[in-house]
Design a protein around this ligand. Structure first.
Ligand SMILES: Cc1ncc(COP(=O)(O)O)c(C=O)c1O
Length: 366
């Protein structure tokens, strides 16, 4: 095999063990005499996969029993709009913390629907940090406070959820299942699967009972109700099977969650992720040659971003790294520089090899 160490921000590396489990299931799944993509989403065999995925996510994240778990399509980007439609679609208000590209997009979509205020935005526009709790206030009539737990592009992360008296709604796309979180402290959590959970095309959405009540209220006042595909209440009543879901994606996600359980669950993942991140940040702090983007207290454990002295050196770094078997290190076009995404499936060895490459690169170009 000639697989490189893959630092892609998403779709991202998946555990090889999982990929090897998916391979034979494409051709023949269990005793179905057909592959996993070729059987009905209403078959007993798929129901087993679907329910196992849901149950594993509930166990791994300690999702409260009265919360609903859905697997939807349309990515996190559709949730930007869907959650607003269900929560403030009757013209209600909500507040947003703007910590980068994705939270800005979430707010733009929500503002099509409700009265959305910006509770915090980075005053110097660098998005190199997340706000402290005393830097923002949430309107008392805001139905929820939206935040992005990990900012994939800038490489910043909340170490704990922001403190607010209002229900929390979180885009957890790029750090879900990387560490334990208090799901019960949130009203709604959503995440595109393609970083820590599986392939793109599946979005995990975790809803409190309050969200479903609110969704019913919005459906009742909107002329004709909510569009079916955007109605949490309907999706919940149909157990995510109102229409044909991404059956392969849910199967792959279920296998990733089983792998996570075998790794020891989220406590164990958090310890591994902390060690990987510490290894890489120690190298970034070792010499001025590297210029880490995120401020120390906001550093992401999932996406590590930094600059080199010149854009030319950055391009050389990315090219030489690829030749050395370290792929997808180019920073997002909006920020530039280098970004190493080190999600759950990226092992310590990949990070150690990256750091060894960085030392050699600095010796030659520093
Ligand atoms: C934090 C975050 N939110 C939202 C998105 C958009 O996700 P999707 O492409 O699933 O709509 C991304 C994609 O990278 C992301 O990193």
């Amino acid at each position: 095999m000639s697989r490189a160490h893959n630092f892609s921000a998403g779709p991202a590396a998946l555990p090889v063990e999982v990929l090897e489990e998916l391979q034979p299931a494409l051709v023949e799944f269990g005793d179905m005499r057909a592959g996993i993509m070729e059987i009905s989403h209403r078959s007993a065999a798929f129901a087993e996969v679907h329910h196992a995925a849901r149950d594993r996510l509930r166990r791994l994240m300690s999702v409260p029993d009265d919360y609903t778990i859905l697997f939807l399509q349309g990515g996190a980007s559709l949730q930007f709009w869907m959650l607003a439609l269900n929560l403030v679609g009757d013209g209600g208000s909500a507040d947003y913390l703007l910590t980068g590209t994705w939270s800005r997009k979430a707010r733009t979509e929500a503002a099509r629907v409700g009265d959305i205020a910006i509770a915090w935005d980075d005053p110097d526009g660098r998005y190199d940090r997340v706000p402290a709790d005393d830097e923002f206030t949430v309107r008392p009539d805001a139905r929820y406070l939206h935040y992005t737990s990990n900012n994939t592009i800038a490489g910043t992360q909340f170490s704990t959820p922001p403190a607010a008296d209002r229900p929390l709604v979180c885009d957890m796309s790029s750090d879900i299942c990387s560490r334990p979180v208090d799901v019960g402290a949130h009203a709604l959590i959503y995440a595109g699967a393609q970083k820590n959970l599986g392939p793109s095309g599946v979005t995990a959405v975790i809803l409190s009972p309050w969200v479903l009540e609110q969704s019913r209220r919005c459906a009742a006042v909107l002329p004709g109700g909510l569009p079916s595909m955007l109605d949490y209440g309907l999706m919940a009543s149909k157990d995510s099977l109102f229409n044909t879901p991404n059956t392969f994606g849910i199967f792959a996600l279920e296998r990733v969650l089983a792998w996570l359980e075998r790794q020891g669950g989220l406590e164990a993942m958090a310890a591994r992720n902390a060690r990987k991140a510490a290894t890489l940040y120690a190298e970034l702090d070792r010499t001025d040659f590297w210029r880490p983007h995120a401020r120390v207290d906001s550093r992401s454990q999932m996406n590590v971003t930094w600059r080199l002295p010149t854009p030319e050196l950055e391009a050389t770094f990315v090219a030489e790294a690829a030749d050395a078997g370290l792929m997808a290190l180019k920073g997002h076009r909006s920020v530039g520089g280098i970004r190493a995404s080190i999600y759950n499936a990226t092992g310590q060895q990949a990070v150690d090899d990256l750091v060894a490459f960085m030392r050699d690169f600095e010796a030659r170009h520093g």
